[in-house]
Design a protein around this ligand. Structure first.
Ligand SMILES: [Mg+2]
Length: 327
């Protein structure tokens, strides 16, 4: 009992950086990785550029997966951060955090993660801390499509002289078509600088044929713990639903990501997309976004999309086409 109250307890830390004090709020159940993201919010120093110093913890603060409850942190003792803001916005794509392969969680384990009180609390804290900035107004009566970037819309691991060579084929056609029924939100596990850079280079921002409602980055994610896979980050859609309840809900939202674990907090709303890798070899044949356009437009008629099993999206589209042919 004592350890669970300790882990949920909030802790206000003072972090000294570059001659100034900054305050961050964390809890014992957060990881060092999360602490760094909170520090990034107030300093703009990316987590991977931060070195954290604190009395009597040795090198433990360099292990991002360690829980803060395992460290002797106190509000009265200042932490020091050493690190530089990234001025050079040409971010090396290899710096993107996705280095681990996707994994499957057992169904029961996934349900447990979603229903765990500590994770719901983390989500509530994130809702308080992360304010979504609208680039364009939410539209009445539209559904919501949330899109990952890396390997979903763009091959971030290949190199090319022009980033457009690494864009998933039919991206603009796809966004133009689904914009008729869906508001579009981009959510990447990288930093906002990278998101803005990529979306700008690909011509997604400022496109005359569709508008992007909002963009979210790694700071909007939460860290959860699973028994079999340890600690990992995910993208809780509840953050969006809480901030725009009159427009979006579990019933009208769908998210595309090549990492299934990213929707562990809302499994009924996630569609695992085939990753777009090796752009130079696959650019000529990848039809994923064409097929997904048909699916999205077909299911947009439903009043509750969460009753669907998005894992079977391909057969849904085929059935629909057959039905139309027979009628
Ligand atoms: Mg991805």
């Amino acid at each position: 009992m004592a350890s669970s109250s300790m882990s949920e307890e909030e802790l206000t830390l003072t972090v000294r950086w570059s001659g100034k004090d900054h305050t961050v709020r964390v809890c014992g159940d957060d990881t060092v990785g999360e602490l760094k993201r909170r520090i990034c919010e107030v300093t703009n120093v990316l987590p991977k550029r931060q070195k954290l110093l604190y009395p009597k913890v040795g090198s433990k603060l360099s292990d991002d997966t360690l829980l803060l409850s395992q460290l002797p942190l106190k509000s009265s003792v200042k932490m020091t951060m050493v690190g530089t803001v990234e001025d050079d916005i040409i971010v090396d794509p290899v710096d993107a955090p996705e280095i681990i392969d996707d994994f499957e969680l057992g169904e029961k384990e996934a349900v447990d993660i979603k229903d765990k009180e500590v994770n719901k609390q983390k989500l509530r804290r994130r809702i308080d801390q992360y304010k979504i900035k609208l680039l364009n107004p939410c539209r009445e009566g539209k559904k919501l499509l949330v899109l990952d970037i890396d390997y979903t819309l763009f091959d971030h691991r290949s190199t090319a002289e022009n980033p457009l060579e690494l864009m998933r084929p039919y991206l603009h056609e796809f966004l133009t078509a689904v914009y008729a029924e869906y508001d579009i939100v981009i959510w990447s596990a990288t930093s906002m600088k990278w998101v803005e850079l990529k979306m700008g280079q690909l011509g997604v921002l400022g496109n005359p044929n569709y508008k992007i409602t909002a963009m979210l980055d790694h700071l909007a994610m939460i860290t959860v713990q699973s028994d079999s896979r340890g600690i990992f980050d995910c993208k809780p859609l509840g953050l969006i639903w809480a901030q725009f309840p009159e427009f979006y809900s579990p019933k009208n939202t769908i998210m595309f990501d090549d990492f299934r674990r990213n929707f562990v907090m809302n499994p009924q709303n996630g569609l695992t997309i085939r990753p777009f890798r090796k752009a130079h070899a696959n650019r000529g044949s990848d039809q994923e976004l064409v097929k997904l356009t048909q699916y999205l437009l077909a299911i947009a008629e439903l009043s509750d999309m969460s009753v669907l099993d998005h894992g079977k999206w391909e057969s849904f589209t085929e059935d629909n086409v057959k039905r139309r042919r027979h009628s």
